[in-house]
Design a protein. Structure first.
Length: 297
């Protein structure tokens, strides 16, 4: 069964319940949310997040909890050379994992971190140590930390499968660590997603193991392969293109893995309902973006 959805917001009075309603309005059966703003660490109390109401609503609408994903805020950097900042990152990620579990979600996507100062090997070790500490702090919880493939912007760790493999090996907790495969990021990092996805997956399988992939971010890219810029484009409108992304989504090895859209709004209009319709029908609408622009007219 196709598991497709998008990033949705969690704000206003309905909070988590509102996120579920938004996903269903796009005709999605999967979704990804942040537990608060991705750029900061301010978070509402769990009792204010309408968690039980959301859980009840999900059950009433046959939405599978396994198709819900949380994304950790971007500002967490377990690879920071400042020990106090690393300690804060561990503490905050620990709380995010606990919040994820309270929402009955079983995976949280994490940008591995950045090698501030340029020492990638040391940053990789610190990231692994931080993840191990978070897992120890939450050993009673069934939540995977899904390390995201990165575009290689700046000193990002996770540009290569080998870097992710090193973190996973150092953590050595296979039941608690997985991978979020982002199509835009891997394309921007130099992997031939557009023309040779099967070979890319073969390489991923040899390095890490394809069974580690627990979620896909299916994003087109505004930039050519290897640009290392991480700028998402609407589904089928970028350098990857519709056919290549459809191949990723319908790849038989990953039919049970949730696919999440993080494509940009079009002049304030969310494109997810239209993009999901194109994906379900496997029919590209080259006028989609223009139609969304006209909504503001």
């Amino acid at each position: 069964m196709l598991k497709i959805g998008s990033h949705v917001s969690m704000s206003g009075d309905d909070m988590y319940l509102g996120s579920i309603k938004e996903a269903l309005s796009y005709h999605a059966n999967a979704l990804m949310i942040y537990t608060g703003a991705p750029q900061n660490t301010r978070r509402k109390n769990l009792e204010d997040m309408k968690i039980q109401e959301a859980i009840t609503f999900m059950k009433e609408n046959d939405l599978d909890f396994d198709n819900v994903v949380v994304h950790a805020p971007y500002i967490i950097n377990l690879g920071n050379p400042d020990p106090e900042r690393r300690a804060f990152a561990v503490s905050f990620l620990t709380e995010e994992v606990k919040r994820t579990a309270a929402m009955q979600v079983k995976q949280i996507v994490l940008h591995p971190g950045s090698a501030v100062g340029g020492d990638r090997r040391l940053a990789t070790i610190w990231i692994a140590e931080g993840i191990k500490e978070v897992i120890l702090n939450t050993k009673e919880l069934d939540v995977k930390i899904a390390l995201e493939t990165m575009a290689g912007k700046g000193n990002e760790i996770g540009k290569t499968f080998e870097e992710l493999k090193e973190i996973i090996d150092l953590v050595d907790e296979p039941s608690r660590v997985s991978v979020c495969f982002d199509t835009c990021h891997t394309h921007d990092a130099g992997y031939e997603i557009k023309d040779n996805f099967d070979e890319v997956i073969k390489h991923f399988d040899e390095v890490i193991g394809k069974s580690y992939i627990s979620v896909f971010h299916v994003n087109d890219s505004k930039n050519p392969m290897g640009a290392a810029k991480d700028r998402h484009e609407n589904f089928g409108f970028g350098y990857l293109g519709f056919d290549a992304l459809i191949k990723v989504i319908y790849h038989p090895d990953f039919k049970d893995v949730p696919k999440i859209l993080e494509t940009p709004y079009v002049e304030g209009n969310p494109p997810y309902k239209e993009e999901i319709e194109m994906i379900k029908t496997m029919t590209f609408d080259p006028t989609m973006v223009e139609k969304l622009k006209q909504k503001n007219g």
